[in-house]
Write a protein that binds this ligand. Structure first.
Ligand code: ADP
Ligand code: ADP
Ligand code: MG
Length: 690
């Protein structure tokens, strides 16, 4: 076995490979770009080397530099992960030329499978079933149009060099073909450096089922069975499972044999995946056709690991060392059912656009381990990490295993409910909506499930306004009480008079202003009233919720399972995380059912609520002046910080509502001020000019 390998990748897959190496006592070398200097994959490897800037070309695609680093650090082999250099035949060759083992197939196998059109010709010759289509090298547009017409619409135009769900165009009618072809070729030349395309019959309501194969240098091949990756968005996988629901033993044997034949045809060594598009016939039977072979470890390999009990990275390492496959076909069996969810930094409600930012809160489900039956998390990030725009949006994968599909599904839903990501958009709640959809739950799968059911999958907010408000108020009080207990001399409840007092919360729920009044009654009983603007008073565009009037007793208890909240006949258990927001603070509420967020508007710093023509800047609640950032006579710009106040154990920034000149400071740092006290006086710039 190797003593040391270099991992030419980043993120979760670099961490995944490192985990197996650590278990096998193989030393690891990480490489990193500028932005990745502090990233998780660097910290889990034994050594790390800075390789260049931030663009993939400067860093994780810089093959020559990577080989130099491998040689300099004494690594014997390079694991390419997926993406980046993993399917680059010339890099595999360059490794061999430098005396390094490329942990993957030979350059010739990569090349043979690298182009979709050529691999199809090869597979056709090897007797692997193909989707009816045109894979020829003559790319004359008139010929392509004739071929498409002959295949029959709808057809799919594919960039021959494409991948990652890009370079695909579905064409429904003959007259739309020419335009789609031109657009596909433009994307193909730009993204893949070649405008060659192929045309295929578009299979209706298809499933994506792929077979994991392995080959060794001794001519042995096995199939580690199939994975169903039908649930996709923009032709990219979202949820993957194994075994494929509804798979019969006979079909599995046929597909496995076809996949092994495909691998054998190119003398394949290592881990590979043969992807099939599967047609679901009206009589319930399924026909499968070769789509492409991915000559690397796949993102979704953990579901295969879960059902077979094997570590595929260990298999890769053993095979790369020249060992025989650890097991033969008759020693491999399927146990139970596994599902993987890809957690991405993206906003499903905005066309799945990727999202960047700091992972201010990142909580994984309880009971995480690599053991079967539990929840496995393959993650490339930690709390506090910055998700940059330089790389792909996948943050982590959640993998569950159960005795049955139902069990695995329930486990995944619970695990997603316990996954809290705050600081950027993620698809966690969207994944739950997919899992809970009747189609997915009943395994009525096809690649159009997400677009077809978008009405019930997107723009869902099941934890409504009232519970979000109650959760915000309750979590604020819990946080304040915790601070009081830690520091009894700075009690924050100065706002509370004897008898009954009311405390106002200015909130915003998805653009809707919400006012909540908390009354402290006798015996510490809390009464909360929640109201939004009247329908006729509300601004027509932004505010979605109007006329809400809810009030009643508020009760809550902090438990290890979260905050148990009861308000106005509703009850929920939720975890709340509060972070800074440009308008004040934002509380993210995660309950077992759903998640939501609500903004506590800081009326001090919220320019929109402050006078715009200069004038009084007052304290909305009693507190302490921490500091002034300006002096009398200073000219200030709108948004500039004027003073810091402390109230409710939180600092509030008081910013200038408009350009102006500070006329007078009315208090000194350290002064306690009453609610409504005027802190400083500002003259507007307009007034000065006049
Ligand atoms: P899977 O391994 O499940 O097939 P993908 O096909 O999405 O997953 O590819 C895995 C990774 O490789 C992703 O990060 C994807 O962006 C990247 N990738 C795959 N093919 C290409 C390609 N031809 N060009 C650029 N990136 C690619
Ligand atoms: P990529 O290299 O980008 O992964 P694939 O050829 O594997 O490209 O296709 C990606 C996805 O496009 C598949 O998973 C499937 O959802 C869809 N697809 C591919 N070929 C067809 C087809 N002939 N008919 C219908 N859908 C297809
Ligand atoms: Mg594919």
């Amino acid at each position: 076995m190797f003593n040391k390998i270099l991992i030419a990748n980043r993120g979760e897959i670099a961490c995944r490979v490192a985990a197996t190496c650590t278990r096998l006592a193989i030393k690891t070398v990480a490489i990193y770009s500028d932005v990745d200097a502090q990233s998780k994959h660097v910290s889990v490897c034994d050594e790390s080397v800075h390789i260049g800037g931030n663009t993939p070309a400067q860093s994780y695609l810089n093959g020559q530099r990577i080989i130099e680093v491998a040689l300099a650090t004494g690594a014997q082999a390079i694991h390419p992960g997926y993406g980046f250099l993993s399917e680059n035949a010339s890099f595999a060759q360059a490794c061999a030329d430098a005396g390094l083992v490329f942990i993957g197939p030979s350059p010739a196998s990569i090349e043979a499978m690298g182009l979709k059109a050529e691999s199809k010709r090869l597979m056709g010759a090897a007797g692997v079933p193909l989707v009816p289509g045109y894979h020829g090298s003559d790319q004359d547009p008139a010929l392509l149009q004739r071929e498409a017409d002959a295949i029959g619409y709808p057809v799919l135009i594919k960039a021959s060099a494409g991948g990652g769900g890009r370079g695909l165009r579905m064409v429904e009618q003959d007259y739309a073909f020419a335009v789609a072809l031109a657009s596909c070729q433009r994307e193909a030349i730009h993204s893949f450096g070649s405008d060659a395309v192929l045309i295929e019959k578009y299979v209706q309501r298809p499933r994506h089922i792929e077979v994991q194969v392995f080959g060794d240098t001794h001519g042995n091949y096995v199939s580690l069975f199939e994975r169903d990756c039908s649930v996709q968005r923009r032709h990219q996988k979202v949820l993957e499972e194994a075994p494929a629901p509804g798979m019969t033993d006979a079909l599995r044997a046929e597909m496995s044999a076809a996949a092994v034949a495909a691998a054998r045809a190119v003398n394949y060594v290592g881990a590979g995946t043969v992807e099939f598009i599967v047609e679901q016939k009206p009589d319930g039977s399924m026909a499968f056709f070769f789509m492409e072979m991915n000559t690397r470890l796949q993102v979704e390999h953990p579901v295969t690991e879960a059902i077979t009990g094997q570590d595929l990275v260990e298999w890769q390492l053993r095979v790369a060392c020249g060992e025989k496959l650890p097991l033969q076909q008759d020693q491999l069996h399927i146990t139970g059912h596994a599902i993987e969810a890809r957690l991405c930094a993206e906003n499903p409600d905005h066309d799945f656009l990727p999202s960047t930012g700091t992972l201010q809160v990142l909580r994984w489900p309880e009971g995480v381990s690599f053991a079967r039956g539990a929840v496995r998390v393959d993650s490339g990030v930690r709390e506090g990490d910055v998700v940059s725009p330089h790389y792909d949006s996948m943050l982590a994968k959640l993998i569950v295993h159960g005795a049955t599909r139902e069990e695995a599904l329930a486990r995944l839903d619970r695990a997603l409910a316990q996954t809290h990501i705050v600081g950027l958009h993620s698809n966690v709640q969207f994944l739950r909506h997919v899992l809970q959809s009747p189609s997915f739950a009943q395994a009525q799968l096809d690649t159009a499930l997400i677009p077809r059911e978008q009405a019930r999958l997107l723009h869902q907010e099941k934890l409504g306004l009232t519970l979000a408000v109650a959760a915000h108020v309750a979590s604020t009080l819990v946080a304040e009480r915790a601070l009081e207990n830690a520091d009894p001399f700075s009690r924050s409840d100065g706002w509370r008079a004897f008898g009954v007092a009311t405390r106002r919360f200015d909130l915003e729920f998805h653009g809707t202003p919400v006012q909540a009044d908390l009354r402290y009654g006798r015996d510490d009983a809390l009464h909360l009233s929640v109201r939004t603007e009247d329908a006729d008073a509300a601004p027509p565009v932004e505010a979605k919720v109007t006329g809400v009037r809810v009030q009643g007793p508020l009760q809550f208890t902090a438990t290890a399972q979260g905050l148990v909240i009861e308000f106005s006949d509703q009850c929920c258990t939720a975890f709340c995380h509060t972070i800074a927001h440009e308008k004040g603070l934002e509380t993210h509420v995660f309950s077992a059912q759903a998640a939501s967020k609500i903004i506590a508007v800081d009326v001090f710093s919220h320019a929109g609520d402050a006078p715009t023509q200069g004038g009084r800047l007052t304290a909305p609640m009693p507190g302490k002046v921490v500091s002034f950032a300006v002096q009398a006579g200073d000219a200030v710009k709108a948004g500039q910080v004027l003073a810091i106040m402390e109230a409710m154990k939180m600092e509030h920034t008081i910013a200038a509502p408009a350009d102006g000149v500070v006329a007078e400071l009315l208090y000194a740092p350290g002064d306690q001020v009453a609610e409504g006290a005027e802190l400083l006086r500002l003259t507007s710039a307009l007034a000065v000019i006049e």
